[in-house]
Design a protein around this ligand. Sequence first.
Ligand code: AMP
Length: 279
Amino acid sequence: MIVCDTLDSLREALDSLTGTVGFVPTMGALHDGHKALIRDAVKYNDHCVVSIYVNPAQFAPHEDLATYPRPLTEDIALLEKEDVSLLCLPSTFWMYPSGISKATQVYIPALSKKYCGRTRKHFFRGITTVVARLLNLVRPTRAYFGEKDFQQLFLIKKMVADLFMPVEIIAVPVVRDYDGLAKSSRNTYLSVSERKEASELFNSLDLIRTAFLSGEERVVELLNLGKSRLDKTSVILEYIVIVNPETLQERRSKVHVGDRLLTAAVLGKTRLIDTIELR
Ligand code: AMP
């Protein structure tokens, strides 16, 4: 695996790759969720390029930029085993030479303010800005994103379509732990007791899906089922919605097959997100 931590070395290394390139942008602290994206990129392309960059532009001042886990040695060992061709390690000077506030920004106004954007005001602008820069740099054939971050995936697909970016966006299903908790680099923040309770978020989504599959189609009734399950735990719900997966618009009355349940919650100091398809 070639490791590039300068722009010049990245450009040179990319020029040496022939054939199709599958790109997996990450913030590191790699786990089985990232691995699923990487394995698809390796399998369906001649080369897999991974980036690890904890992007300051997507963190608000009170968020966990300083404490976000950065186990680079372990990450490199994992990527070596997965047959990755190239690892790109951008620095902030590299990504934003004139500073973040003066950089060109990519922003999708309305959609960035919904759901996760209500509490994380910087988040989606930071995501679309950094992903646009990375896609323009790496120029992959395909780029892989997890359905776990469903709103993020939706915005990236929209950005790529709106800006005529020549890349195919591939969505990869959520990878979960033994008890249903969606894998996340932030799960390491959970205490032992919080970890035991964290799977309740998935359990509440699963309860809603089961009720839907048994014939309940009313949005309010379905969401109340999930909410009352979480009321009995320390998981504090930020939002729970059922959306049309084609538009990300909230359903208000009736659920349709294939709709998406999206949720975010806080457990202690850890923010968790999850999603499930109602099918
Ligand atoms: P992150 O490092 O958290 O920015 O995630 C990098 C990519 O991995 C994003 O496209 C995420 O959606 C994806 N990802 C993270 N966790 C999971 C998971 N549990 N299952 C599937 N994809 C994931």
